[in-house]
Design a binder for this molecule. Structure first.
Ligand code: NDP
Length: 249
């Protein structure tokens, strides 16, 4: 179907060197896009870019200059920018009373402020390209909460509202902005959670109607849909991709 074709499009995926980001980057590349895999770990990014036929560019998304340089290098290397996936994210699991302000800032800077900074840097290039697609990654913690995620939940709730605000502001520029809210996905991030939280594996399996953890490959299809002309009239949404986790009563 031609409306899913991304030939000639250029995409940046922050945190595209592993986990959900790599799942999305692989989908975009398979649909024909030229993909920039952007992360801090240069060796990990180089390996991921090689695996999908993409380009690796180093970025620290908590640093505004680094985000602007990422967009500038992408355009210098690949000629344009059409698609931005704000996927880089971290979690620091502590009760609110134990979380330092520095830790709060680290999580907010990485998960939320980065999406604003990268989107702002991408905006003029997307206008130059005649439009664009921004995909922000939220979480079940955009909707629910746990006792140990004060900063993470705030950042992921914020992602939903940032998505709406950018969608409304930039609709006239033909830029669609949507969020994806992953359920429990098997990645490095959740492997750490499984080690820290007793019984997490069993709880996830029991609570997820699909009866399994998600995989990075589950994110390829939605990345292509939200990055392609097929979703031209879809903007400002937050789509759960969770095996039914968020709708089970
Ligand atoms: P991973 O830990 O596998 O990936 C996180 C990615 O973020 C890495 O590629 C990492 O790159 C990158 N990253 C972190 N900090 C920075 C930074 N300062 N600058 C640039 N890149 C950075 O986790 P997931 O794939 O699980 O997570 C991806 C996204 O999905 C996150 O936003 C997460 O919150 C979200 N999510 C994940 C869920 C899950 O179940 N796994 C559930 C809900 C949401 P590097 O290694 O180079 O630092």
């Amino acid at each position: 179907m031609r409306s899913f074709d991304l030939s000639g499009r250029v995409a940046i995926v922050t945190g595209g060197n592993g986990g959900i980001g790599l799942g999305m980057a692989r989908g975009l590349a398979e649909a024909g896009a030229s993909v920039v895999v952007a992360g801090r770990n240069a060796a990990k990014s180089a390996a991921a870019a090689a695996a999908i036929g993409g380009v690796a560019i180093e970025v620290d998304v908590t640093d505004e200059a680094s985000c602007r340089a990422l967009v500038a290098r992408t355009v210098a290397t690949l000629g344009r920018l059409d698609i931005l996936v704000n996927n880089a994210g971290i979690n620091i699991r502590k009760r609110p009373q134990d979380l330092s302000l520095a830790e709060w800032r680290e999580v907010l800077d990485t998960n939320l402020t980065s999406a604003f900074t990268c989107a702002q840097a991408a905006h003029p290039e997307m206008i130059r390209a005649g439009g664009g697609k921004i995909i922000n990654i939220g979480s079940m913690m955009s909707i629910f909460a746990l006792p140990v995620v004060p900063a993470y939940a705030a950042s992921k709730g914020g992602i939903v509202q940032l998505t709406r605000a950018l969608a409304v502001a930039w609709a006239a520029d033909n830029i669609q902005v949507n969020a994806v809210l992953p359920g429990w996905i098997d990645t490095d991030l959740t492997r750490a959670a499984r080690a820290q939280i007793d019984g997490l594996n069993e709880k996830v399996l029991a609570r997820t109607p699909a009866g399994r953890w998600g995989t990075p490959a589950d994110f390829a299809g939605i990345a292509v849909f939200l990055a392609s002309p097929a979703s031209a009239f879809l903007t400002g949404t937050a789509i759960p991709l969770d095996g039914g986790y968020s709708v089970q009563g």
